[in-house]
Design a protein. Structure first.
Length: 115
């Protein structure tokens, strides 16, 4: 089953979810703030995505800025970064669509249309 990690109050997440519905893709919804991903999930998604771990961070979020992560991330180990992401769903870039074959972080309509 496909998983859609989102924050229901986020306008970008709402647009992405609307696109998923238009495409007829079935997903399990999971609120990233109420039920944030754990270290094992994040590590699995990151490895499957072939993206830099930094792409999983919500770099425009208030918490990211408050924690001064722009300066701290480059010196943190991957394990510490994963633990930090798992500590608070608001640090995680959203939405995340996890399918059998793909991990899509954020929302770009063209990426969704390729599903």
């Amino acid at each position: 089953m496909n998983l859609f990690m989102w924050y229901p109050k986020c306008s970008t997440c709402k647009k992405a979810y609307q696109k998923i519905k238009e495409l007829g893709i079935e997903v399990t919804l999971r609120d990233i703030k109420e039920n944030n991903p754990n270290v094992e999930e994040l590590k699995s998604w990151w490895q499957k995505s072939n993206l830099e771990l930094k792409k999983f961070f919500n770099t425009s979020g208030l918490l990211y800025k408050e924690l001064n992560l722009k300066e701290k991330l480059p010196t943190m180990s991957e394990e510490d970064q994963l633990m930090l992401l798992a500590s608070n769903g608001m640090l995680v870039k959203r939405p995340i669509l996890i399918t059998k074959d793909k991990i899509i972080i954020g929302y770009k309509e063209k990426e969704y249309e390729l599903l």
